[in-house]
Design a protein around this ligand. Structure first.
Ligand code: HPA
Length: 274
């Protein structure tokens, strides 16, 4: 793999800029089963990941790989339909690519969504959790290796990684939605296996409200390059061991498609207020 220096990222951004010719306000990364949102983007300009130099191609079947630029209401958005995960075999450092592309395109705020398992037993399947903070105890970081000063400093703060101002806006958009909203802590597990019941008990003791296999790499990249971030999890299932049955990917997909319409309505409202 080529060295990930500033020029590496700039090459992708220059290509995308040559096509969209406009600066997006908001970057959006859609989670598993939540890609329906893309159809709400007006006047879409689509770029396939495989056409972008130095970009990645997603391998998970439920993730189609394209970048979509257009409008949602008054806002110009750029949306990643198809996401990259460490469990697909990507090293953590290449998982910086999407958010750094957003940064170089001039995106001012990023929204990341994901499907997650509910660890907090007061939560229900179908609930939405605004991410307040995260736990990642897996050691490796997307920001390891040579630091790229153009994006941010070697050692960087993560206190306000899930930007308070954006969380407040998100929590003020819930009225009128049929969904139930929470604010909580997301814990990252690498996957692709779902967690064990013992891991979920440990996660609960540590303060996790939900678990998932994405988002934290993008959140850390955003914190490094001072990109305001809003993280939103959909509780697609109760986490392992909460109920006396096995977890399946079908359950995750079914919940995501069931709430797709009200979730999309909610995200649209949040975008209009950001
Ligand atoms: N664990 C990890 N990732 C997930 C889950 C889960 O229970 N549900 C959806 N994504």
């Amino acid at each position: 793999m080529q060295k990930l220096d500033f020029q590496f990222f700039k090459t992708s951004a220059d290509y995308v800029k040559s096509i969209i010719k406009d600066e997006p306000d908001i970057g959006i990364i859609l989670g598993s089963g939540l890609k329906d949102f893309v159809s709400r983007i007006e006047n879409p300009v689509e770029i396939r990941y495989k056409d972008i130099p130095n970009f990645l191609v997603s391998t998970v079947e439920s993730h189609e790989g394209r970048l979509v630029f257009g409008r949602v209401g008054e806002k110009k958005v750029i949306c990643m339909s198809g996401r990259f995960h460490h469990y697909e075999g990507y090293p953590f450092t290449v998982l910086t690519i999407p958010v750094r592309l957003f940064k170089l395109l001039g995106v001012k705020k990023t929204i990341v969504t994901n499907a997650a398992g509910a660890v907090n037993t007061e939560y229900n399947v179908g609930d939405i959790m605004i991410i307040k903070d995260h736990l990642k105890l897996t050691g490796a970081s997307p920001l390891e290796g040579d630091n790229i000063e153009e994006f941010g400093p070697r050692f960087f703060d993560t206190t306000d990684m899930y930007t308070k101002e954006l969380r407040e806006i998100a929590l003020n958009c819930t009225e009128g939605s049929p969904l139930t909203f929470r604010e909580g802590v997301y814990m990252y597990f690498t996957g692709p296996q779902f967690e064990t019941p013992a891991e979920i008990r440990a996660a609960r003791i540590l303060g996790a409200d939900a678990v998932g296999m994405s988002t934290v790499t993008e959140a850390l990249t955003a914190a490094h390059c001072s990109m305001p971030l809003l993280g939103i999890s959909v509780m697609t299932n109760m986490a392992a061991g909460v109920l006396d049955r096995k977890l399946t990917d079908e359950e995750v997909g079914e919940t995501a498609s069931r709430i797709s319409k009200p979730f999309g309505d909610y995200i649209e409202k949040v975008i209009s207020r950001l």
